[in-house]
Design a protein around this ligand. Structure first.
Ligand code: D3G
Length: 494
């Protein structure tokens, strides 16, 4: 009797221990988030972060916690990925899991999960597919868009000639030109360079893009729910985003009034036609809000990234006159002065190709990438990342990965050249990100960078009011975007 009682107690104890152990193991499994500093309620890791230099702060933390760690931006839990191996293992080897879109608090104020860049799930999939096909229909990746870029490059050359060698800030010269390429596709026509409304749209894009790189812009990433109601520079950014949306809404209404369903004139027309085709589909993603906000995504992303890259590039070439001289030499040899550059020329211009890559690598346009999130509970290395956790792929840490670039902090086209002077690819060249949500404007951007840069250098050389050694090529702002310092320059006819 006593023995069986003892046995029962022992058995029950055993069972209890087993149950407890299994619960504990599961909890531990669940708790296997990447390491990171302990967060406080509501403010998260605010005390460990400096909103003036988020990128640098996160890289410092990665020295302590390793290439995969967890940080809390206010209440947002974010897994940070550093270096080529880590980013590639996540975004490429586990592409599906890491294909969700995380937040960009400033842009989300307007987009609210609609449109193509800041959306998720079926919506992102459908709109991405449609956009890629429709861009192609309007000539992207073909002769059509190449000729449009060449023509626009001609207008830019003329506008630089008109400055008669005066020192100017090139910002809006470049953004007008770059923006007119995507404008031709989404609105069916370019803007006149004197158009006041165009300039105001370009100011709104520049302003809100720069805001995301400021300290307030990064603070807004942590405390948007409070700050959206408070006065401050964020209100100006909202006004600018709203101004852009209002303009697109107006363009859509114009298109609607004059639509011929049998011959779409531009991206907006094609979307309107698709809306008509899907009007009886209760699950359609083709409706007005997605039309306006997808168009705004293309217009904005197609303007600001390429134009900021060129602006940074000019400054870098003035800092490095030897590089500019070698570009002139290759252009003269391969293209000469009597015909416009064409995209095919690229194959015979390894030096130019290397310089463009190096400008993009050094410029590091979107240093922390567009935030991703995991679409399901995800096992990554020895960690478990719960569904919907945000992920920052630190593209800047890949572009400056010392395993791939000999002097990652220096601007040096040799990073992309072999000892025979031939162009050398690098897997760590990831300015367009990787995986399922990589930038599908990549082809267009590369064509523009090549044709604009070669056409400009075929016609001008650059003059800075400062001596090369006094030019500061370190960024003015690093946040969501990297922004070069303000400068002026002069375009001297060759
Ligand atoms: C900004 C605002 C609206 N839609 C897209 C953007 C944006 C900025 C940089 C990129 O997208 C990455 N191509």
């Amino acid at each position: 009797m006593l023995a069986s009682g003892l046995l029962l107690v022992a058995l029950l104890t055993c069972l209890c221990v087993m149950v407890l152990m299994s619960v504990w193991r599961q909890r531990k499994l669940w708790g296997k988030l990447p390491p990171g500093p302990t967060p406080l309620p509501f403010i998260g890791n605010y005390l460990q972060l400096d909103t003036e230099q988020m990128y640098n702060c996160l890289m410092k933390l990665s020295k302590h916690y390793g290439p995969v760690f967890t940080i809390y931006l206010g209440t947002r839990r974010v897994v940070v990925l550093c270096g080529y191996d880590t980013v590639k293992e996540a975004l490429v080897d586990q592409a599906e899991e890491f294909s969700g879109r995380g937040q960009q608090a400033t842009f989300d104020w307007l987009f609210q999960g609609y449109g193509i860049a800041f959306s998720n799930g079926e919506r992102a999939k459908q709109l991405r597919r449609f956009s890629i096909t429709t861009l192609r229909d309007f000539g992207v990746g073909k002769r059509g868009i190449e000729e449009r870029i060449q023509e626009e490059a001609g207008f830019l050359i003329q506008s630089f000639r008109d400055t008669c060698g005066a020192f100017i800030d090139p910002t809006f010269y470049l953004s007008r030109t770059v923006s007119n390429v995507i404008s031709s596709i989404v609105f069916g026509d370019r803007f006149d360079y004197e158009d006041k409304e165009f300039l105001s749209l370009l100011r709104m894009m520049l302003g809100s893009f720069q805001f995301t790189a400021t300290s307030t812009g990064q603070l807004y990433e942590m405390f948007s729910s409070v700050m959206k109601h408070l006065p401050g520079p964020q209100q100006q950014a909202f006004k600018e985003l709203q101004g852009l949306e209002d303009f697109i809404t107006k363009k859509v209404e114009q298109n609607q009034r004059t639509l011929d369903p049998n011959s779409p004139r531009d991206f907006i027309d094609s979307f309107l036609i698709r809306m008509q085709e899907e009007k009886n589909n209760p699950n359609t993603e083709f409706y007005m809000k997605n039309l306006v906000l997808t168009t705004l995504n293309l217009f904005f992303a197609g303007t600001e990234t390429v134009s900021t890259t060129l602006r940074y590039g000019f400054l870098l070439l003035m800092k490095h006159p030897d590089v500019e001289a070698k570009l002139h030499e290759e252009i003269d040899q391969v293209i000469g002065r009597n015909r416009q550059p064409k995209f095919e020329d690229r194959a015979k211009m390894p030096y130019t190709e290397a310089v463009i890559h190096e400008i993009q690598r050094f410029g590091d346009m979107i240093p922390m990438g567009l935030a991703r999130k995991v679409t399901k509970d995800t096992k990554f290395r020895d960690f478990l990342i719960p569904k919907d956790t945000e992920v920052f792929p630190m593209l800047g840490s890949v572009l400056r990965d010392p395993k791939f670039f000999s002097n990652p902090e220096d601007f040096n086209p040799q990073h992309f050249l072999d000892d025979k002077g031939q162009f050398k690819k690098s897997d760590a060249f990831v300015p367009f990100s990787l995986g399922k949500r990589y930038c599908f404007g990549e082809g267009l951007a590369r064509m523009e960078l090549f044709l604009f840069l070669t056409t400009i250098l075929q016609n001008f050389h650059f003059k800075s009011p400062q001596a090369p050694q006094d030019i500061d090529v370190s960024p003015k702002l690093v946040g969501f975007a990297t922004i070069p310092r303000n400068y002026t320059m002069s375009f001297l006819a060759r």
